[in-house]
Ligand binder design. Structure first.
Ligand SMILES: [Zn+2]
Length: 368
């Protein structure tokens, strides 16, 4: 008797496993249909929502863009630079900070390219990250930094550590150059001495450390940034190393870009800013973080209005700049974003906009 009941039970369990019970989600009976075969990457719903759309052609106040890249903006010739200046005039950018990613002769060539355009651009250099094991590394890197400074560099960056180190080429764990490495101490000190701010990309969006699967937060367009299961430091350890670097070098100005990759948790970012007076952040490429939490972000940007700088990091198309103005200046709702998240305008007050757009950059960067 007992075994017959057990057999029936197993039959029941097997049957249930084979034909899943019709699913109810939020009270709606889910049924099969044509949408079941659509690939995730092709999903692009059109919105029927009719709400005000505000076109902002030019920023409300003059803007210093503290995060651009010469290669990302596809700048090769003086004509390219001239075209960029024309766009900057149209959208309201006074000056663009250009990360050349270069040292040595490559940096000097960039200086020549931008020279005719005077104060419309400020060039930043990279740092020597080759042969980091050589005993003369720190001295060599600091010396080249000073040379770049004399050639016109007014900052260092963007330097990047997404967990596999900041050195040139790949090295095994333990051998890599992370921001708190003693070999960088001389370089960070030199930056303070020459009044060169550092733009540092530390960690990355936290979703990069989560598996690529049905609950991955960002779209398939961003999957090549994923680090899950790779031989890299964890998100948490990278933030820890950033903290050790900030603590060790209180006189050096660090601008952690992309809201220091803590834009998903503005309370945690606030704590970091409270703890380290030499930490500043740029908002570049994090339109999607502030746009999905407009009230929280507007409060944060008001409270830390002396600590956040405006940057783009997304090329130089006029529509890109205008997307930022709409996001920061208007109260428009349900704006389509870059990674499926809808944005809501922050409607920042004039004093916050002025600090974000220009005043913080005027105060913190080296304009001599
Ligand atoms: Zn960048």
């Amino acid at each position: 008797m007992e075994s017959a009941r057990l057999a029936l039970f197993f039959v029941a369990v097997t049957l249930t496993a084979q034909t899943p019970a019709p699913q109810r989600k939020f009270g709606v009976q889910v049924q099969p249909g044509p949408m079941d075969s659509i690939l995730l990457k092709d999903y692009a719903p059109a919105s029927s929502l009719v709400v005000p759309e505000t076109q902002v052609d030019k920023a409300r106040f003059p803007v210093i863009d503290v995060h651009t890249h010469t290669f990302q903006a596809d700048i090769r010739t003086p004509q390219d630079v001239a075209a960029w200046v024309k766009t900057m005039d149209e959208v309201g950018i006074e000056t663009s900070i250009v990360f050349t990613g270069a040292t040595g002769e490559a940096f000097d060539r960039q200086v020549e390219l931008y020279k005719p355009f005077g104060k419309r651009f400020q060039l930043w250099c990279s740092f020597d990250s080759s042969n980091i094991d050589a005993p003369d590394y720190s001295e060599r890197a600091a010396k080249e930094l000073e040379r770049c400074f004399r050639a016109g560099a007014r900052g260092v960056g963007e330097l990047t550590d997404k967990g596999s180190g900041m050195q040139r080429g790949s090295l095994p764990p333990g051998k890599r150059l992370h921001p708190d490495d003693p070999r960088l101490d001389a370089l960070w000190r030199k930056c303070a001495e020459l009044n060169l701010p550092v733009n540092l990309h530390i960690a990355d969006h936290p979703s990069c450390w989560k598996p690529l699967g049905p609950d991955q937060e960002r779209t398939p367009d961003f999957q090549h940034f994923n680090l899950h299961g790779k031989d890299v430091l964890s998100y948490e350890e990278l933030i820890e190393r950033r903290n050790r670097m900030l603590e060790k070098h209180p006189k050096t100005t660090f601008i952690a870009c992309h809201l220091s990759n803590q834009g998903h948790d503005l309370a945690a970012l606030a704590q970091s800013l409270d703890r380290y007076p030499n930490l500043f952040v740029d908002i570049s490429a994090r339109d999607y973080e502030v746009g999905r939490q407009p009230r929280n972000a507007a409060k944060f940007l008001s409270r830390y209005k002396d600590r956040v700088l405006f940057g783009t990091d997304m090329g130089r198309a006029p529509s890109m700049y205008r997307g930022w103005w709409r996001l920061l200046e208007t109260a428009d709702e349900y704006m389509p974003g870059r990674i499926w998240w809808m944005y809501y305008g922050l409607e920042l007050p004039p004093d916050v906009l002025r600090s974000l757009y220009r005043e913080n950059a005027r105060r913190l960067l080296n304009w001599n």
